[in-house]
Design a protein around this ligand. Structure first.
Ligand code: TMP
Length: 205
């Protein structure tokens, strides 16, 4: 089972992953947590280039291609082998981030971006994608307070609003794959809803 977590900045995805993993392991599931961009040595190196605040001259097409380069490695080195072992792969971001950020955010041609994503993933789509949805101003406010400010966080508020709207559009286009969780609530309630959503999917795939 391939499960991905998506969301705009400051949705809190990353803080939920370790607790979800612990919970699922206690229930007896084999879970492999990972993240994009990254998850492989090559991917982590590409992440450095993508997120460095020094690389302000990066063109959106360069950005799009670098994410796909990290992704193809991630799919072949991590996701497919783990799925073949029968494990649950739980990824903090995946291909939908490219559609949301590089497609909707940068307003690049969505069809062209989708073709690139399909090439990078070899067509591998998640079984379940959870959108941790949060108001953009609240999310950016949370991120500003954290230590993890990156080059993409520094894009305009309008950019991040398009990203969120893009996610909500994707949910409408593929309602069977997506579940939306309101991440504006207190952390504990969000964690509980995430657990219930995943357990339900595991019980009725
Ligand atoms: P995060 O791990 O702190 O969420 O940072 C990942 C950043 O990378 C976030 O700003 C979203 C961005 N991103 C894209 O723009 N496109 C992608 O395909 C992926 C995986 C991430």
């Amino acid at each position: 089972m391939f499960i991905t977590l998506e969301g705009p900045e400051g949705s809190g995805k990353t803080s939920h992953v370790p607790y979800l993993v612990e919970y699922l392991r206690e229930k007896g599931y084999a879970v492999f947590p990972t993240r994009e961009p990254g998850g492989t040595s090559i991917g982590e190196q590409i992440r450095e280039v993508l997120h460095s605040l020094k690389n302000t001259e990066m063109h959106p097409r360069t950005e799009t291609l670098l994410y796909q380069a990290a992704r193809s490695q991630f799919v072949e080195q991590v996701v497919r082998p783990r799925l073949a072992l029968g494990e649950i792969v739980l990824s903090d971001r995946y291909a939908d981030s490219t559609i949301a950020y590089q497609g909707y955010g940068h307003q690049q041609d969505l069809e062209q971006v989708r073709v690139l994503v399909k090439y990078a993933t070899g067509g591998l789509a998640p079984d379940l994608t959870i959108l941790l949805d949060v108001d953009v101003e609240i999310g950016i406010g949370r991120k500003t307070k954290s230590q993890e400010w990156n080059r993409l966080d520094a894009y305009t508020l309008e950019f991040h609003k398009r990203v969120r709207a893009g996610y909500l559009d994707m949910v409408k286009q593929e309602p069977k794959r997506w579940v939306v969780v309101d991440a504006g609530r207190e952390w504990r309630s969000v964690q509980e809803e995430l657990r219930e959503t995943i357990i339900k999917k595991l019980a009725w795939p």
